[in-house]
Design a protein around this ligand. Structure first.
Ligand code: ZN
Ligand code: ZN
Length: 59
């Protein structure tokens, strides 16, 4: 039961919730290829996402 693995925590880029264990969408930034995660709720609402690495925003 280690709690030191914070780097593996995945959060939705749109709303910031922890999406571990949910059926969130994972895809790569079309601009820089960084891994992006978005929760099912934001996907359903078609919220914009913003890449942490390059600032690319898209639907
Ligand atoms: Zn979200
Ligand atoms: Zn990017």
């Amino acid at each position: 039961m280690s709690t030191t693995d914070d780097r593996k925590t995945r959060s939705c880029v749109s709303c910031g919730i922890n999406i571990a264990g949910t059926n969130a969408a994972a895809f790569k930034c079309p601009d820089c290829g960084a891994q992006i995660y978005r929760c099912a709720k934001c996907r359903k609402q078609s919220n914009l996402y913003e890449c942490d690495d390059c600032g690319f925003t898209g639907p």
